[in-house]
Design a protein around this ligand. Structure first.
Ligand SMILES: [Zn+2]
Length: 121
């Protein structure tokens, strides 16, 4: 359940931005969560609803976009998405190129965990 600590950090950032902009209310929060973070969007939303109670972000809508894992292979220069196998369970994901099976790959997307935009009033 690493969702709780990450959700806390995200809400801190949202409240900080809201405070700096003299927001009376946070209406909507847009987030990007990489597939490799193994965060569960439904669980995150639930935690957000709980921890924003009594803040300007109470009742805000959370729009969570999951970013698919995408790599560039240094061997065959494959560039694109790869599927994560279920059995990895994200503990030590072995990421291999789907084209040449090489493991010398660079992760281009899938590690994100950030607030893209917030809508305040
Ligand atoms: Zn390759």
């Amino acid at each position: 359940m690493h969702e709780i600590s990450i959700a806390g950090a995200i809400i801190d950032a949202v409240l900080d931005a809201a405070g700096k902009n003299n927001a009376r209310k946070v209406n909507q929060v847009y987030l990007e969560i990489g597939e490799l973070t193994a965060l569960n969007p439904d669980q995150l939303k639930f935690i957000f609803e709980t921890i924003t109670a009594g803040t300007v972000a109470e009742g805000a809508m959370f729009d969570i976009r999951v970013i698919k894992l995408s790599i560039t292979c240094k061997k065959c220069s494959y560039n694109g998405p790869i599927e994560l196998s279920e059995k990895m369970h994200f503990f030590v994901p072995v990421i291999k190129c789907p084209q040449c099976d090489g493991s010398d790959v660079k992760i281009m997307a899938g590690r994100e965990c950030c607030v893209k935009k917030i809508n305040i009033s």
